[in-house]
Write a protein that binds this ligand. Sequence first.
Ligand code: HMG
Ligand code: MG
Length: 604
Amino acid sequence: MPAVRIVEVGPRDGLQNVQRTVPAATKLELIHRLEQTGLQAIELTSVVSPKAVPQLADCRTVLGDEYVQTLLQGQKKGHLRLPVLVPNLKGLDIAIEYGVREVAVFVSATEGFSRANINCSVREGIERARAVAEKGRRAGVAVRGYVSCIFADPYDGPTPPSAVLHCVNELLGMGCYEVSLGDTLGVGVTSKVRRLIEYLVQNGVPVEQLAGHFHDTYGQALANVWQAYCCGIRVFDSSVGGLGGCPFAPGAKGNVATEDLVYLFENAGVDTGVNLLKLAETGDWISRQLSKTNESRAGTALSVKHKPGSVGCTGAPTQQPTVPKLRWTPVKETEGLQIYRSGVNLKVVLNRPKNGNALTVPMISQLCDVFENADSDSSISRIVITANGKFFCTGMDLGKGSTQVGQGGSTSTAQFDRLTRLFELIDNSSKVTIACMNGPTFGGGVGLAFACDIRICVKTAAVTLSEVRLGLCPATISKYVAREWGPAFTREAMLSARPISAQELKSLGVVAGVAEDQQQLQRLLDGLLTRLRGSSPDASRMSKELVKLSWAHAGGEKQAAGIKALFERMMRPDGEGAHGVKQFQAGKKMDWDAYVEDKLKAKL
Ligand code: HMG
Ligand code: MG
């Protein structure tokens, strides 16, 4: 367990006051990114009146999302808290409907803010919270409490500590497992923080049931956090990128930035369990999405420091602002291969993780079938090759009873024919081929990746032409590897048999994107496939042909004739060019996946 628990309130407190409507997809991606940082509690949204907080009117979309549902179900395992803010029983009922296991109720210590925020007195607010807490607890839902305006109210002025004590006692009394002390206006300073906490504790409030919720209007939030920590508080609410503000507390700034909090604690030797770099990336990303300044000082510094040359989503050319998660439907499973479809995309997954996905004879033959069949299937535009397990592909099968090495004669010829056929089928495929390298790759596996048109990989996916160490040479794959890497680099890589890191491949330009981990790799792939929707299938085929001509027949007659033929093909009245340009003139952006699917439907 980390020494402090951070409750990330960015998706709720952070967004509730943003004027421009933030798409639900952005909110979902924010939650996803936050979850990946190791945070242990994320307030997902609030279920409040859409008139009061229009920005969070899409709470049902957020809560009903497939990924959020997975998180909510996983919550039962107890490693992640996902509270949802609710003002009344209506909010609670909706939250329960979506499988929410924890809600947060909120009361104000002061009358003015209570009226503005929830349109009732403090006393009525407490009664509403009590009704939620009682019903929630009966339904097995954990309840967290907030007290707002602990130091001052925008309408009534300074808050008497006794008013805060009253609310805290009421909330704990109704069964809240913890109460977060909200400096809604961000006017607190360390002396006030210390005095208030000491006062509450002296009056019987257990410090371990308190949390700190500091807004940063006067730049004191981080200092207040530290002061509260020194007074014994171990739970803090914060917002990535320092997002936030309350629609009913005009002028109040966002919450203390989560990045600053993590930086503070980690450097003080206090474990937060949060990956600061990932968090900083998330703060940078959401600030760009909202076209606002990143309010986290640590986040901004880290983003600047790690951006140039950094691997991961930010450096990947295929990354889009919000990437829809593609759904893959299983189509077929054979020995060593799994095949999936998502629209016009086909995905082939090497599935012999126990032997590093080495290419056995049946696997090679099935891979050949996949590429051969796909070539004549106009419903497929792209083929992705990826793998299960630690490795992408460790090359030719070298297993004791199964390898062809050392047998010579017809065995050698058959293996040569098999491998040549496979790589040629990939290389000559009329589809866009993508290698999504989930891990290290050796020998023939390198050929598999580099016979493809595009490659993306995880940062651990080094490639090694390891053949020379075994007394072999990278024969059939040399055609593709040398073409993509250039002769000098290829020669050195073959002779040294050294692992070439993902970063080095990226700097050579032979890998299009490098992801931090497997989840980011999936997002990179989704982003790439989504981007490729904008590319016409026939124009893609022609482009592949052009590159091949430039490599195989540079400057020669074959290249000149080939370019002319392709030029004429693209200008045809019945070509995809004619359609694409017509759409361009009408101001429409082409979705070529939809075009392919519509054409197929029309044929049926
Ligand atoms: P009301 O107008 O007094 O009550 O609002 P109502 O019951 O007549 O409801 C008005 C409308 O809202 C009705 O719809 C209800 O159905 C609907 P209509 O009939 O007009 O079409 N409604 C709801 N819709 C969805 N979900 C619900 C819900 N409840 C009612 N749960 C109410 C009273 C409390 C509902 C309203 O004032 C409200 O939603 N306020 C929420 C304000 C809010 O979210 N503020 C920000 C959170 S607090 C905060 O940020 C501070 C904190 O961060 C700590 C800190 O910093 O101090 C927590
Ligand atoms: Mg707040």
